[in-house]
Design a protein around this ligand. Sequence first.
Ligand SMILES: Nc1ncnc2c1ncn2[C@@H]1O[C@H](COP(=O)(O)OP(=O)(O)O)[C@@H](O)[C@H]1O
Ligand SMILES: [Mg+2]
Length: 281
Amino acid sequence: MIDVRNLTFSYTANPFISNVAFSVEKGQIFGFLGPSGAGKSTLQKILTGLLTTYSGQVQVSGQEAKFRSHSFYEQIGVDFEFSSLYEKLTGRENLDFFASLYKKRRDADPLLERLGLLKDTDKKISDYSKGMKSRLNFIKALLHDPALLFLDEPTSGLDPRNARLMKDMILEEKEKGKTIILTTHNMYDATELCDQVAFIVDGKLKALDTPKNLIMSRGASQVTYTFRENDRLSEQKALLHQTGSDEKLQQLILNNQLLSIHSSEPTLNDIFVELTGRKLQ
Ligand SMILES: Nc1ncnc2c1ncn2[C@@H]1O[C@H](COP(=O)(O)OP(=O)(O)O)[C@@H](O)[C@H]1O
Ligand SMILES: [Mg+2]
């Protein structure tokens, strides 16, 4: 669905995006994970044909992004980081207007209902909260039922309930065979949603794999256990795959002296810091 090779791009005389390469299969959710300013939105703008002064190859749905034809936009849906709705129009008027630009049209009401906006369709966008705009902007991207969806920080600024609803809807679009490119600085979203994750820092791609492989290939899972010794509470750690040879732990188990034990896996954030030397937030 997407094939990027040797991509280089800059806003100024200084190099920024350099030598980026990746590909995305149909039906996958592909995520760009990186801190603010890493170049995630820039990459989305290149892929959606908005920034055309790049060099290298950017094939999206069979077309080179900078030479995209009009039909390109029938196939892609874009949910930008900042809402692109007309403030003086109502929610319904906005959806009707944007839907009129496309050949295909999907019934918006089930989507509005799902995201709790059906009762607000007659309000002007200027009276919508930030979260409401963000939810309507997401619905707008789905209206022409595109095969390829670009979502820029889709859950950012949403309360946990709406973020959950939106993530469920993203997964349902995937179930229907849609290909989804999303950007996020939220490691939990990336871990849960993405088939492939690209770590992006300073315009460079630092790692690319499934979240599971990224996590498993680096840090090992640990167990932390507590016990009482010399009238004091003590805590010790062991690697999960070495618990069988941890004599202290074995002895505590045999004597029923273990007070607590829990395991912890490294998170995508730990791996991100390890591989890039940078924090996500
Ligand atoms: N239109 C622009 N002109 C010049 N610099 C820009 C422009 N848009 C973004 N930048 C810069 O490019 C870098 C990457 O921005 P962006 O792609 O928005 O990052 P992210 O989405 O990862 O937060 C930032 O340093 C930003 O200031
Ligand atoms: Mg961004």
